[in-house]
Design a protein around this ligand. Sequence first.
Ligand code: FES
Length: 178
Amino acid sequence: MSNDWEPRIVAFFCTWCTYTAADLAGISRMTYAPNARIVRLMCSGRLDPQFVLKAFADGADGVLIGGCHPGDCHYQAGNYKTLRRYTLLKRLLAEMGIEPGRLRLEWISASEGDRVQKVMNEMAEQIRKLGPLRLERPSPPAPLPSERERGVGVRGLGVEGKTGEGRLKAEVRAKVAV
Ligand code: FES
């Protein structure tokens, strides 16, 4: 592994709490690992599991989800839905051969700028230990056999006349029959 490698992290943050906390950390001039690109959601419950899978498929080494503390969701139960999806995603990632440690969920309120700093640093360190995500791409399907390999145009009367080879064979057959 190259020494220059740095983890790429996608962070999905709820705008009302964790995103505001990240903003607070910035305003308070707290420094933290610059590995995450933050995607702002209106609620962590907006997170479709496909967002996480797409992030990994498109090259993320880790995904961080941040939402309001349980009971504080501005949409009542959005973060409870997030928790259920997170649990499912962990299982799904393990089955796909992706270390579940690459996905993390944190409840961070708007006033917890220091917690954003801590979690971002921990996440970058954790992914650094795991190394780059290497997804196995499925091998491309074998090419379909050509018409010639399938014998199309040789025996099939309908197609036979359309190919040069079919016409030639038909002429030979006609000559032999004479
Ligand atoms: S509004 Fe923040 S998790 Fe729902």
